[in-house]
Write a protein that binds this ligand. Structure first.
Ligand code: BG6
Length: 506
């Protein structure tokens, strides 16, 4: 297939960035500066932004954590994190420019005086670099720490400039706690100042779902129950819980992935075209989908937990054998469900979703399966190898989109087989894929909340999860029920088989 590419820039690093605004000068204050997220995602993202000259011209990064340390030790630690995790080559000049604006303060906010110490440092940086009082606070800490920090920040808001607050997931544990958290945040910040992270929304391929649907005339007319047989969404990971038992034991797959990433993918697939791409217009359309979403009953949701098995040829332990996991843990590491969106566009069209840890491979895909052609005029044997059309969005890895179509096999006679028309990001664009956090940090500085989640979205997501979890209290599945390295428990296959369908061939 011939691919048409966008006009090429002289500098491939800037491809696709021609319309980006430069954010105002500001200070970014990271709570949880010695944590995993800062090492693996936030600092590498800031480095990549600096690499492309996308950070504000006057800027400061202030790390806050309980761990002892000073500016120099934190800079060294972050340098190593960038060298290890950045998608870009390490350039000393880029790093030096960034590091010169980095500061660290070791403080426990629960202690008297902790907030005063931070305020002093931020004001000092502001004065030196003339930041105009603009602040982005990033809460990369466990949720129990939120209230103390938010209250302290709320009380000491800068008298000039703007203030924005990035809140990492998990946003609550259920609907009640999410509402409580919202109320606590609103006591100090306006909704427009709150940026709730769902990092899947920062992924290029997830945003491309909107481009695919709304920038092309060919898809929208057939994007409905008349032409689509069903939708399959898979968020599969081959990794286990990576030492995060403390969090995962009480979260499980339903709170870790289903409640946020998966439901957001579904909402973007099913939403109506918004009237524009302003933040509230997009959120309002997604909320309508989430409100219309339901499972037909407990039998339409299955859960699993992995036992021992092989991933990439290596033997891996069962979930119950992971460090700090209870030996009789009933935490699910896999969920599959049949969902319906009760509206005019989607009535009776199943959305089959599945997500899990320690599955056969890492793969996030959205598959739109169209109905079969109404009357193929060929002999039955001619079309034996023909499957219905599928539009497959590869969110990750191998980012791209592919359309499965029937084509004639060259030669005498009429034999038809399924072939794929592929668009691969790597082939069409010269630039590498930005990391989600680059986009999300930059958007916060620009005050654009489109790729974050609004309070009502999060609450609707919890409403569905609470209903599913409530039904789970009634039975106790025999865990583990799938081997690591497979595609989940047999009940997941059964869920589709009952409807005369099957999961896309893996
Ligand atoms: C996080 C979950 O939100 O997303 C992790 O807490 C999961 O458990 C991760 O591994 C997956 O993100 P990605 O970007 O690697 O698909």
């Amino acid at each position: 297939m011939t691919e048409t590419t966008e006009p090429q820039h002289d500098n491939p690093l800037l491809e696709g960035l021609s319309f980006r605004r430069t954010p105002d000068p500001c200070a970014l204050i990271i709570f949880g500066a010695s944590g995993d997220l800062t090492h693996k995602k936030l600092m590498p993202a800031l480095y990549s932004l600096a690499f492309r000259g996308l950070l504000p011209p006057r800027f400061a990064i202030i790390g806050v954590a309980r761990t002892e340390g000073d500016d120099d030790s934190w800079r060294e630690e972050m340098k190593q994190a960038v060298q290890q995790h950045s998608r870009d080559e390490f350039r000393q000049d880029v790093w030096d420019g960034l590091a010169a604006n980095m500061h660290y303060t070791a403080t426990d906010f629960a202690d008297e005086g902790g907030e005063g110490k931070l305020e002093q440092l931020v004001e000092q940086c502001d004065k030196q670099a003339n930041l105009g009082g603009n602040r982005v606070y990033y809460l990369a800490v466990p949720p129990p720490a939120f209230p103390t920090i938010v209250e302290a920040l709320g009380k000491r808001r800068s008298a000039t400039g703007w203030t924005r607050l990035i809140v990492e997931k998990p946003f609550g544990h259920d609907l009640a706690s999410a509402r409580e958290l919202n109320t606590m945040l609103w006591a100090h910040f306006d909704e427009s100042e709150i940026f709730r992270i769902d990092h899947y929304l920062g992924k290029e391929t997830v945003q491309n779902m909107l481009a695919l649907r709304f920038a092309n005339g060919v898809f929208e007319p057939i994007w409905n129950r008349q032409f689509i047989d069903h939708v399959q969404i898979t968020v599969a990971e081959s990794i286990g819980i990576e030492g995060r038992a403390g969090y995962y034991e009480s979260a499980g797959a339903i709170r870790d992935i289903f409640q946020n990433h998966l439901l957001q993918l579904l909402a973007l697939t099913a939403m109506e075209p918004p009237i524009d791409f302003k933040s509230d217009s997009v959120h309002s359309e997604k909320v309508k989908v989430l409100k219309a979403l339901h499972t037909p009953g407990p039998k339409s949701v299955v859960r699993g937990q992995y036992g021992r098995g092989f991933v990439d040829g290596e033997e891996v332990p069962a979930y119950r054998e992971e460090k700090d996991v209870a030996s009789d843990s009933m935490t699910e590491t896999f969920v599959a469900a049949k969902l319906f969106v009760d509206n005019w566009r989607w009535a009776d069209t199943p959305f089959y979703v599945r997500m899990g840890k320690r599955l056969a491979r890492r793969e996030t895909t959205i598959a739109i399966q169209f109905k079969r052609a109404p009357h193929p005029p060929f002999e039955e044997t001619a079309a034996e190898g023909l499957r219905p059309n599928v539009l497959l969005v590869h969110v990750q890895p191998d980012e791209g989109v592919s359309l499965a179509i029937g084509a004639k096999v060259p030669g005498q006679g009429m034999t038809i087989r399924t072939v794929h028309m592929d668009f691969l990001y790597g082939g069409a664009f010269r630039t590498g894929m930005p990391e989600a956090y680059e986009r999300l940090i930059l958007d916060t500085m620009l005050g654009d909340g489109t790729l974050f989640t609004r309070s009502d979205e999060v609450e609707e997501q919890w409403l569905l999860v609470d209903a599913i979890v409530a039904a789970w209290q009634r039975d106790r599945p025999a865990f583990p029920n799938y081997a690591a390295g497979t595609w989940g428990p047999p009940s997941s296959e059964e869920l589709l088989r009952r409807d005369g369908r099957s999961w896309r061939r893996n």
